[in-house]
Design a protein around this ligand. Structure first.
Ligand SMILES: Nc1ncnc2c1ncn2[C@@H]1O[C@H](COP(=O)(O)OP(=O)(O)O)[C@@H](O)[C@H]1O
Ligand SMILES: [Mg+2]
Length: 469
């Protein structure tokens, strides 16, 4: 029988194949282990024993397989009489591709199992697996980046059941399904950014990025590059490779333009073009990129007044003002105070609660820094109090500069006040409010008030305002 003829005899070929398969596996194996019917190790090669920290394979003999190979599945193979043809096993020295087979006696009864470790460097296994692994890595890092860019808040985080709050939430919810710009108007700390995130989270773009850019926080000469990105070679130095802008990162998702009232005029024109033409050009490039972002803008500025002063483009205002949402200040929705305080204390993981007088006092303060200020006050009070029930005195101390909510009270206070006392009170109120709005950050506060840092410090010392954070 010549070779070709002999290959036609299936039983014979099967015998040959089994033999060569076994030899190939054994030869390319990184390790082999054999267990008996009780899954105790009866044989192991030296190399494999060393991988699991043994000095000699001899030390493994007689031990339950899991004792040596902590996550061994050989016992399962023996018990179920089922092979595990291909699997990945983690070992202290990295993952292995393993194959596990039951061993039968002549009568066909399971008497043990054999495990082969086929490859120890998964990366060498094949270009396919290498590609698979690198794609997995890429996927994991993209996922985690996206997760970090997805919005953290939904509408349930926007606490409050006052009529004003419910109306804000209703409008915001309705805007989520649309794709036109939203304009959030309201004082600082009223929850505009929280709402923007919630709108994004409830929109069809929720699975894409939420990217924010704050025109008041970034130096104006850097804003454009931050916004549109830079083309490779646009600048010398660190940015030579080019950098994607926020507009690019937000592709498919939502771009939150915080403090849009502070956006410089030239950038306003460019933004208008993006909104109208739906395309943009990275700085230093002449290639147009299609843009697909939903814009949510926010400002604490009176934009119509800014238009009159020539500081804001009217056409941009109209383009943004499609779905305006006015977020009322906290002093106009005092009914929300108990729920807000409770939610904030809970979020701070504080065990504290407020007594009745403390709650009443909260309702007498005008909250120029709104919910951000409320949060700071509660955090400070909880930190300073030894008692789990916060009283009015402790809240009063934590508020710092108290601004009474009723205007009448303020007017009465002015009666008979000397000019210098009134001026001091005014200074204290303005600086106090700005400090609360900036979370106690003096540098930010100075910027906001248009004062030099040291001037602000001097004034704070003179007025006895302490830096809270
Ligand atoms: N209705 C609300 N319920 C709970 N927390 C709120 C609410 N509004 C604002 N906050 C919280 O107050 C702080 C300031 O809100 P933020 O959205 O940054 O305000 P803004 O963007 O208007 O300055 C944040 O910590 C935010 O989570
Ligand atoms: Mg804000």
């Amino acid at each position: 029988m010549n070779t070709t003829e002999s290959l036609k005899d299936y039983q014979h070929v099967r015998g040959l194949a089994i033999q060569s398969l076994f030899e190939i596996i054994e030869q390319s194996s990184e390790g082999t282990v054999i267990v008996d019917g009780d899954a105790n190790i009866v044989w192991m090669n030296e190399r494999y024993a060393r991988r699991f920290g043994l000095k000699s394979a001899f030390d493994a003999i007689g031990q339950p397989c899991e004792q040596v190979i902590s996550n061994s599945l050989l016992r399962q193979v023996v018990r179920n009489d089922q092979p595990i043809l291909l699997d990945i096993q983690d070992t202290p020295k990295g993952p292995l591709v393993v194959m596990r087979l039951p061993i039968h006696d002549d009568a066909g009864k399971v008497i043990g199992a054999i495990g082969f470790a086929l490859f120890d460097e998964l990366r060498n296994l094949s270009p396919l697996i290498e590609r698979y692994l690198s794609m997995q890595q890429e996927l994991a890092s993209t996922r985690s980046l996206l997760r970090s860019r997805q919005s953290k808040y939904n509408f349930a985080h926007f606490i409050g059941t006052s009529a004003a709050t419910l109306e804000v939430k209703r409008r915001a919810r309705r805007s989520a399904s649309a794709d036109s710009p939203v304009l959030l108007l309201g004082e600082t700390g009223t929850g505009k950014e929280l709402l923007a995130q919630a709108i994004h989270g409830a929109s069809p773009r929720a699975h894409k990025a939420f990217v924010s850019i704050n025109s008041a926080a970034i130096p104006h000469d850097l804003l454009e590059a931050e916004f549109f990105g830079t083309a490779p070679g646009a600048f010398t130095g660190a940015d030579r490779k080019g950098r994607p802008g926020k507009l690019h990162i937000a592709q498919g998702g939502t771009l939150f333009l915080d403090e849009i009232g502070d956006m410089p005029l030239p950038l306003q024109s460019k933004l208008l073009r993006v909104l109208q033409e739906k395309e943009f050009e990275p700085v230093g490039s002449n290639e147009m990129i299609r843009s697909d972002v939903r814009v949510i803008a926010a400002t604490s500025m009176d934009l119509e007044a800014a238009i009159k002063r020539g500081e804001f483009r009217a056409d941009l205002y109209y383009r943004l003002n499609v779905l305006p949402i006015q977020v009322p200040p906290l002093r106009e929705r005092l009914d929300d105070l108990p729920a807000l305080s409770e939610a904030i204390l809970e979020e701070l993981r504080s065990q504290h609660e407020l007594d009745r007088e403390a709650l009443a006092l909260l309702a007498q303060h005008a909250w120029p820094g709104n919910i951000r200020e409320l949060r700071n006050v509660l955090e400070r009070a909880a930190l300073l109090s030894d008692d789990l029930v916060l009283d009015a005195r402790e809240i009063r101390a934590a508020i710092g500069t108290f601004s009474p909510v009723e205007r009448r009270a303020a007017v009465e206070q002015i009666d008979g006040e000397t000019f210098s006392a009134a001026r001091k009170r005014f200074d204290r109120q303005v600086i106090g409010a700005a400090l609360s709005a900036c979370d106690g950050n003096v540098i930010e506060t100075a910027k906001r008030l248009g004062l030099g840092r040291s001037t602000l410090y001097k004034k704070m010392v003179a007025l006895g305002i302490e830096q809270s954070q």
